[in-house]
Write a protein of this length. Structure first.
Length: 249
């Protein structure tokens, strides 16, 4: 029953019941996990825990790198992105959870630093972005955002480089995000979507190529002035919760 349940939340599963195939099953699951960057499930029955299996597969390393993007596909998506950025008046970058999960936080920082675009993160991207950059603009989470952040993302931005968007309830303020889909360039592990057009070119290769292209052709802008406090301190009140109060309740 548990195995049937985890099939719905795992990209691959295996129950090791046969010593002859156990090593292959383990390697298959681990390679799938690394390729998809998603969870797998390997079940080891009690009566299999001490069985001896072949070690021959240990001579074959796991595949730890994704294959490169198709160059024509990557070139096309870079051309589409840069053409949008050239006419954009207020482009922004949002680093989200899937961007961090795919090891692209450093590339996101480099993109933000080299372009000067206002640089946001989401709850799931928090901790990935370099918040010391002068163009770091805060955390966007739909209706749970600071009003200045929400205005910048939902009203001012006319081109959104959304790095690994994860549009979950928790990450969007219970689905209160309000951005025109036509303005979003969504970079994911295996594809990039520009408006309603999907390209089979993954985030890491596209980001590297985009940074090179923008640096070579000066599609950057002066660092966006962030004229709001991204982490305002709440005003102090006279009815603070303190130790004296707690001990005397």
């Amino acid at each position: 029953m548990y195995h049937e349940m985890v099939k719905h939340i795992s990209v691959d599963t295996a129950i090791l019941t046969d010593p002859a195939t156990a090593a292959d099953d383990i390697d298959r699951c681990l390679n799938t996990m690394l390729y998809e960057s998603r969870p797998v499930y390997i079940g080891v029955p009690v009566d299999m825990s001490h069985r001896v299996i072949s070690s021959i597969s240990l001579k074959t390393p796991l595949v730890r790198q994704l294959p490169p993007n198709d160059m024509n596909e990557e070139s096309n998506v870079i051309q589409e992105i840069t053409s949008r950025l050239r006419v954009s008046r207020y482009p922004i970058i949002i680093l989200d959870g899937n961007g961090v999960q795919n090891g692209c936080a450093g590339l996101a920082d480099e993109l933000a630093e080299s372009t000067g675009y206002a640089y946001f993160t989401t709850c799931m991207g928090k901790g990935g972005a370099d918040e010391t950059l002068p163009n770091f603009a805060g955390v966007y989470q739909g209706g749970g955002s600071l009003s200045a952040v929400r205005t910048a993302v939902e009203e001012r931005a006319d081109c959104l480089l959304w790095l690994g968007s994860s549009r979950t309830d928790f990450n969007t303020g219970e689905f209160t995000d309000n951005v025109l889909e036509s303005l979003i360039i969504d970079l994911q592990r295996f594809h990039t979507q520009v408006g309603d057009k999907k390209h089979n070119a993954g985030i890491k290769g596209v980001l590297k190529a985009l940074i090179r292209e923008l640096k070579a052709n000066s599609v950057s802008k002066p660092p966006t002035k962030i004229d709001w406090d991204v982490y305002p301190v709440p005003a102090r009140t006279s009815n603070e919760l303190n130790q004296d109060y707690l001990w005397n309740v």
